[in-house]
Design a protein around this ligand. Structure first.
Ligand SMILES: Nc1nc2c(ncn2[C@@H]2O[C@H](COP(=O)(O)OP(=O)(O)O)[C@@H](O)[C@H]2O)c(=O)[nH]1
Ligand SMILES: [Mg+2]
Length: 289
């Protein structure tokens, strides 16, 4: 679902003014006025995702950020308004010259009634626009404490160029990269956050958590043995993630700073990688199974 493609929703005056201007250009035709409003509203309604057909992940995402039923109700109101305007057209077509004032009065009144819906839908659009554009590919989630090197790893194993920051808590988006080989595409998500309680998470952490829960086929947990966070804390998160029941492998970052020390790090029943290249090879094999 591409949430970035929803059409901007304006205020009633904008649509009225535009409709009047367009109809004047065509000798003040009532049909031009009515068609413009109906078609514009229809286009807005269609540009919103059809919520019932969303994937489980996107449904959950929408439900966490929007009032689903209210959004549907306002979309219904917009659709209704377009139809009402069109029915005014058939009513006033023959007498438009004489009854122009009355027609515009009634059209304006319908537009006033949809103001709250237009406002609500624009707010909804702005929220939906911020959702990550996660696709339906085999998905790898890179997880770990802030500053451990998640985003850096993403740039090493995919072709994406996200922002790298040398300080914590700066991740404002879920970075997405792709590994492509032949016809196959693997999606890699840089999912920030430390799995606080859901009500304590910020917007990005929530999105990351839901992506992890619903879309991850494989989790890459990044351990940073230079310890920007205590190893103990890093272990706690690692253990928490095991509860998700998704295969998890480990990447040890900052090899250049730590050298051979990394070889001493062992975990039961978990594959450990130090080289991005070997990590990619493993991901490619897994994604084919
Ligand atoms: N020396 C070294 N620095 C690294 C490595 N990976 C990440 N960093 C640095 O660690 C900091 C945090 O990295 P970043 O990828 O943004 O971590 P994130 O918060 O987990 O996404 C940045 O200053 C990076 O340049 C690495 O392998 N070696
Ligand atoms: Mg990052």
């Amino acid at each position: 679902m591409d949430f970035q493609k929803i059409i901007e929703v304006r205020e009633p005056e904008f649509y009225l003014d535009t409709a009047i201007r367009k109809s004047k250009l065509k000798g003040e035709q009532i049909s031009v006025f009515c068609d413009y409003i109906k078609n514009t509203f229809d286009k807005i309604v269609i540009s919103f995702p059809s919520f019932d057909n969303l994937s489980e992940f996107h449904k959950e995402l929408v439900a966490n950020f929007l009032d689903y039923d209210l959004t549907k109700k306002h979309l219904g109101t917009l659709k209704w308004a377009g139809q009402r305007i069109k029915s005014l057209e058939s009513q006033y077509k023959k007498t438009f010259k004489e009854d122009k004032r009355e027609f515009f009065g009634r059209a304006s009144s319908i537009m006033r009634q949809v103001r709250p819906s237009l406002e609500y839908l624009e707010t909804a659009r702005k929220k939906l626009r911020e959702f990550p554009n996660i696709k339906d590919y085999y998905t790898v989630c890179v997880v770990g404490f802030p500053n451990v090197g998640k985003t850096t790893l993403l740039t090493k194993i995919t072709s994406s160029k996200p922002e790298i920051n040398s300080y914590a808590f700066t991740t404002k988006v879920i970075n997405i990269g792709y590994i492509k080989q032949g016809l196959q595409t693997i999606q890699v998500l840089d999912t920030p956050g430390t799995l606080n309680r859901l009500d304590k998470m910020n917007q990005i952490e929530k999105q990351a958590y839901l992506a992890l829960k619903y879309t991850a086929n494989l989790i890459v947990y990044v351990f940073d043995l230079t310890e920007p966070y205590d190893l103990e804390e890093q272990f706690k998160l690692f253990e928490k993630l095991r509860e998700l029941d998704t295969e998890m492998i480990v990447y040890l970052s900052k090899k250049d700073l730590l050298g051979k020390k990394l070889d001493e790090f062992k975990l039961d029943n978990t594959k450990i990688f130090q080289s991005p290249k070997e990590l990619v090879e493993y991901i490619l094999v897994k994604s084919k199974n």
